[in-house]
Design a protein around this ligand. Structure first.
Ligand code: NAD
Length: 499
């Protein structure tokens, strides 16, 4: 029987919920060694949220030691692949079984609609763990072509202890993108979730342990970036950092790796993705793709289509359609409201940053078509309405900076060449799209667009079969797909000579 996911349902669930805020180290919940905590403020209403352990370098040491011990003992990496697969699949099912709870935790932390947390974030998190669980007993090593008197086996072996540092915009999904392939490949992990969004990570680790992951294989340390992420990335006994976050912190992570033990680094960073619309395109489809591509998750999406590059003759008609779709389909409301499609921004400081970027853009001459204002202030939460600026040029700050809010910059063009030049004129290269009925042009354009993912006449289609990641300062290394496993493995060659 389907549940009545009403506002009352979630309010009642919330009043009974006691979120766990301690670290999860070596199979046990543990306070910070300093005893310090910090309190999260709920973005949906500005009220105090969960209390979390404020991690420090000592806590990171404990977690890394547990991860190392688990790795060295072989308790996970040497387990029968079939057994490992069963545990991962059990874990994925446990995530689904605890879907309502995980969705609520995610929404309390990040302010997105709880039904989106449930139907998108929880689902994709479970699917990710399942995808990599299913791969475990399908990974083969190689025998190299050598003379008959010799044999060279090329083994793919786990790297060791992986530090995963994740952001707050899709916490559970991005955690699964790291944990799935890293653990399936046989590594141990210390996960440092963003300080804004740790609750789902702690619960994921508990569920994994209950499903059969041995103690120490997955540890979670909560806390601030400088106090926990930095010591993790500088740690001499961590073999790799898998990072998702801002380009600014990504650069620091590379520095920490170089300063410490030349650990490897995989970086999924920021974006300012172009969505190019030619006048011959289906403008209704384009309008819907632009609105959802830019405003979903309140624009707090790394590959959000924040730059609309539109053929000048179609700009006016397209913007009118984008406004209509936004107003009719993308309801901004309290995250427990069943009609909500988007909710609050992550925190007050971030909301103020978004609003000040908008104000600075207007000072430069950006022309507002609609929206991009604080709203629902009476709730105490941090809401900004989706908004569009038109007649922009690509050198204006709203077209260059990653705003991470529901703000679209529309930039008109006159020729295909100009459209391509504008689209590629960015430090980022995460994603992009082209809308046109001319398929020759669509393919020509998608080949030349410098981005890790390019969509033709659609936006944000994805699943676990496809790699995800960026070019240029959007990072390197890929999450998702079978290729992500390679990131968490080393090649080891074993030679044998027959006498
Ligand atoms: P952020 O870079 O501020 O923080 C990310 C993580 O790094 C957090 O866990 C944080 O605590 C930690 N951190 C901060 N300073 C650190 C330091 N000095 N050393 C080690 N760790 C540190 O990013 P955010 O604000 O959480 O997330 C938003 C950013 O993430 C945006 O730029 C967005 O584009 C990017 N992002 C990218 C992808 C992708 O797949 N490419 C996906 C989601 C988000």
């Amino acid at each position: 029987m389907s549940k009545p996911y009403s506002r009352d349902y979630w309010e009642a669930f919330l009043s009974a919920l006691k979120p766990e805020g301690r670290h999860f180290i070596n199979g046990e919940l543990s306070p910070s060694s300093s005893g310090e905590t910090f309190t999260r403020t709920r973005p949906m209403d500005g009220k105090p949220g969960a209390t979390l352990a404020r991690g420090n370098a000592g806590d990171i040491d404990r977690a890394v030691a547990a991860a190392r011990a688990a790795f060295d003992s072989g308790v996970w990496r040497k387990k029968d692949p079939l057994e490992k697969k069963k545990i991962m699949l059990k874990w994925a099912q446990a995530i689904r079984d605890h879907g309502d709870e995980l969705a609520l935790l995610e929404t309390l932390d990040v302010g997105k609609p709880v039904m989106a947390s449930l139907n998108v974030d929880v689902r994709l998190c479970a699917d990710g763990i399942q995808f990599y669980g299913e791969m475990i007993d399908k990974l083969y090593d190689e025998v190299a072509p050598t003379p008959p008197s010799e044999r060279a086996i090329v083994r793919k072996v786990p790297i060791g202890v992986i530090g995963a540092i994740t952001p707050w915009n899709y916490p559970m999904i991005i955690d699964a993108w790291k944990l799935g392939p890293a653990i399936a490949a046989g590594n141990s992990v210390v996960l440092k979730p963003a300080e804004q969004s740790s609750l789902s990570a702690i619960r994921l680790a508990q569920l994994g342990f209950e499903a059969g992951l041995p103690a120490g294989v997955l540890n979670v340390v909560t806390g601030y970036g400088e106090e926990t992420g930095k010591p993790l990335a500088l740690h001499m006994d961590v073999d790799m950092i898998a990072f998702t976050g801002s380009t600014e912190v990504g650069k620091q992570i590379m520095g920490y790796a170089a300063q410490s033990n030349v650990k490897r680094v995989a970086l999924e960073l920021g974006g300012k993705s172009p969505l190019v619309v030619f006048a011959d395109a289906d403008l209704d489809a384009a309008a819907s793709a632009v609105a959802w591509g830019c405003f979903y998750n309140s624009g707090e999406t790394c590959h959000a289509s924040t730059r609309l590059i539109v053929e000048r003759s179609a700009q006016e008609a397209l913007i009118a359609k984008i406004e209509a779709v936004t107003r009719s389909d993308i309801a901004l409301a309290h995250p427990f409201d069943p009609s909500a499609q988007i909710g609050a921004l992550i925190e007050e400081e971030h909301m103020n940053k978004v609003l000040s970027m908008i104000a600075a853009g207007e000072k430069e001459g950006a022309r507002r078509a609609f929206g991009a204002e604080r709203t629902l202030a009476e709730t105490g939460g941090y809401y900004v309405s989706p908004g569009v600026f038109i007649d922009m040029t690509n050198d204006m700050s709203l077209a260059r900076q990653e705003i991470f809010g529901p703000v679209l910059a529309a930039i008109p063009f006159d020729t295909e060449e100009e459209a391509l030049r504008i689209a590629n004129d960015t430090i980022y290269g995460l994603a992009g799209a082209v809308f046109t009925k001319d398929m020759d042009r669509a393919h020509r354009f998608s080949e030349s667009l410098h981005a890790g993912t390019v969509w033709i006449n659609t936006y944000d289609m994805s699943n676990f079969a496809t790699p995800f990641g960026g070019f240029k300062q959007s990072g390197f290394g890929r999450d998702r797909s079978v290729h992500a496993i390679d990131k968490y493995c080393d090649y080891k060659t074993i030679w044998q000579h027959f006498g």
